[in-house]
Write a protein that binds this ligand. Structure first.
Ligand SMILES: *[C@@H]1O[C@H](CO)[C@@H](O)[C@H](O)[C@H]1NC(C)=O
Length: 350
């Protein structure tokens, strides 16, 4: 029983540490997929949306925002912990403008990946386009605060990057195109090459402090369990092994860049995999009752439009569930993961 209190103890220590550092982080800048998208997909023509109920039912005001959760996503918690806004606005959201984006902006798009072919599947924003938006943002920022100040913000900002799961689960394992070209190990290498190009481009554009998240144990997502008939709906070991292999390769690439590019500080947070796996294997230590299925609808297959308001099966208390829909964590999981990451992110500002 005593274990339950550890995350909260840890959290209060984190807050104390953060209080000493918050003034030094000017902005949080986010790239990636649905794990960090705060609503960019609301503005594009795709079926992969979540700007309707019951999404966001535990967000401030119970609003669906386009986040794929019942509440906030990790960048929101990280932003708040660093003394910035309690949420990171989406770049394409017309309710926000450059004066809001000075302290934080999100370019992420649910359903995207490192591979252009992945963003094509559901017609979402490809990673290269996220970078184009970032360049546009840089120009607006210079116009708004001046060149000198803009440079300081862009250099000192914390960049949070989270993607990769869709390249495997929405693209490689689902569609023939990449499977015909590559073995899964070759595909990992192809993606790491794309990730490296992206990281080099961010460096050339002035970014210096980066948190790059690897893959979670993606074989344990409720949707993957649901289709694992032979494995009695346990985690799909093959997918978890691929995630571990891919993370090792990403980590090596990051180590190389940290060596090679002066002043570049990239933190590859591989241990998020272990932390998430620990929650899956010992949920009660974290206050969860259910990790196999999600809160929304039957919890096995539904996400986006299939996770809809009238469904009578949707759970009452999402805090008892690790997953909100068949592919995405609840706000509580997002908070636990953020609290776990924040002490490592603080090292950039010591
Ligand atoms: C992805 O698409 C963009 C835009 O068409 C292109 O510039 C880029 O080279 C493509 N990337 C790869 C790896 O094919």
């Amino acid at each position: 029983m005593a274990y339950i209190y550890i995350p909260w103890l840890l959290f209060s220590q984190i807050l104390l540490q953060v209080a000493k550092h918050e003034a030094k982080v000017p902005a949080l800048i986010v790239f990636g997929d649905s794990t960090v998208d705060s609503g960019n997909n609301n503005r594009i023509k795709t079926l992969l949306k979540s700007n309707f109920k019951p999404y966001g039912r535990d967000f401030a005001g119970g609003q669906p925002t386009g986040r794929f959760s019942n509440g906030r996503v990790p960048p929101d918690f990280i932003s708040e912990a660093f003394g910035l806004k309690p949420f990171v606005p989406a770049y394409l959201d017309p309710d926000y403008g450059i004066s809001d984006f000075v302290t934080g902006v999100c370019f992420a798009s649910a359903g995207t990946g490192y591979d252009n072919a992945t963003s094509d599947v559901l017609n979402v924003i490809p990673l290269w386009k996220e970078v184009e938006y970032y360049k546009e943002y840089q120009a607006k920022l210079r116009a708004h605060v001046g060149h000198h100040k803009a440079r300081e913000i862009l250099t000192e900002a914390l960049y949070v990057i989270s993607l990769g799961t869709n390249d495997f689960l929405e693209n490689y394992y689902l569609l023939p195109r990449r499977q015909v070209q590559y073995t899964v190990q070759q595909y990992q290498d192809f993606l790491v090459g794309l990730a490296e190009n992206f990281m080099r481009e961010l460096y050339s554009l002035g970014a210096r402090k980066i948190s790059l998240t690897g893959l979670p144990p993606m074989g344990c997502l409720p949707l993957e369990r649901a289709i694992n008939f032979i494995g009695h709906h346990d985690c799909v070991e093959e997918y978890n092994n691929v995630a571990v292999e891919f993370n090792v390769k990403l980590n090596n690439m990051v180590a190389k860049l940290n060596q090679e590019l002066p002043g570049y500080r990239v933190l590859f947070t591989e241990k998020v995999y272990q932390f998430v796996y620990q929650i899956i294997r010992t949920p009660s230590l974290f206050g969860f009752d259910v990790v196999e299925v999600a809160c929304c609808s039957t919890g096995r297959f539904e996400m986006s439009y299939l996770c809809s308001e009238p469904n009578p099966y949707t759970c009452k208390d999402a805090n008892k569930y690790m997953f909100w829909d068949a592919f995405h964590p609840t706000e509580k999981t997002n908070q636990l993961v953020s609290n776990y990451l924040i002490p490592d992110l603080l090292q950039f500002y010591n």
